[in-house]
Design a protein around this ligand. Sequence first.
Ligand code: ARG
Length: 477
Amino acid sequence: MINEQQSGKMWSGRFREPLDAEFENWQRSIGFDWRLLDEEIAASKAHASALRAAKILTNDETTELRAALDAIAAEHASQAGKALVRDHATAEDIHHFVELKLVERVGSLGLKLHTGRSRNEQIATDLRLYVREQISLVQNALAAWANALVEQARAAGDSVMPSYTHLQRAEPVLVAHWLLAYVEMILRDAARLGDCSARLNFCPLGSGAVAGATLALDRTIAARELGFTAPTANSIDATSDRDFILEYLQTLTFVGLHLSRFAEEITLFATAEFGFITLPEAFSTGSSAMPQKKNPDLTELIRAKVGRIHGAAEAVTLQLKGLPLAYNKDLQETQEQAFSVSFVPRMLSLVARFITALQFNRERMSEAAQSGCLNAMAAATYLVHKGVPFRTAHEKIGHAVRYAIENGVELDALTLDELRQFGEEFEDDFFAAVTLTATLDCHNVTGGTARVRVKEALAATLKKIDALIQEVAHAGS
Ligand code: ARG
């Protein structure tokens, strides 16, 4: 007869035969869930408090258990997780591991902690704590990315570049306007993550294996200690729910999309063909074959690495699809997907430092913004102010553009006589209406690229980033 002492397992009482060694090793999660050690310790301490309130543990026992749990955390704080796994090759998962360590320290008192709880609620709790922490790391890193963009926007002043539609030059815009477009995306991502964090912030402890704890525990005790808003409402849902992992990953796919769009634009703008950006040497690599090369590996790797985020979201979708209630071992697989995106905060802070080091070639950007008749919209608007219907103005300026292209000049290089071939409304004031600054400033609407609007936007954006930083700090306190 195999028993707990012989097998070292948490569930061996009803088993006659030992497990197949290969199967045993294959189904264990300690190889990856060691990452949840801090969360497991925090949740276990909170459960001890709930057991004391329920009079299952005495005050002294509770104090001893909580101190032992702290000591386990401290013992492992300095070790890499792998060492932890090697130490306890027999542990099935992080819950088992902590129990083994507890028994080592406090003897059979350690076995009392599992009273009134199940690993099903423990893993659900640990993962919620883990994702909540990851979200605040990502939000902080997003704020750093946004700050770096805002700093460059501020430094760019009134410098200009072409905007593009269809990747064809469209209208001149302020460089700051282009940079702030990314900040808008980032702020939306941070807000989505905040929503996700608020939605997951309920405590599964007390849900038991599926039907609720078998002791009348005051569930608010653990919930409060762990910083959750309240206990979860339904034990079946609480033990089987991994929506929060999926939501976190799906939300990160937006971050990934925005990173990849940014990375692609930087890669493109750093080509000789564009020449808008000089890549910082500290963030570029050379070629072993071609001595002249300086390659944008950072943005290329980002473009590719975001594929992992999308892959993880897809994997969890498929892991959860069609799963019957409540806990199933399938759920163990979702953990590794959550862990697989832990590279995101570091990647974001790298992006932030990369942006700070970027050099914009203002002259080249400005030249590009002033060639190819990018003031044609402003020119048509000039005619509109002279009373010409826009459709007709568009046609007349179209003819003027064709004439300018054929003659290899810009619209403002045409003489008044030449312009009058296309419409008698052209007057001397035309030239002032199509200068670079006039072309920018005619977009004087909220969200437009007029210089005064971008200055306003810069100030408003700074406030939004400050609010984000405070929200994250508040959530973490
Ligand atoms: N390692 C397991 C997981 O991640 C913990 C829960 C185990 N529960 C069980 N009923 N076997 O899902």
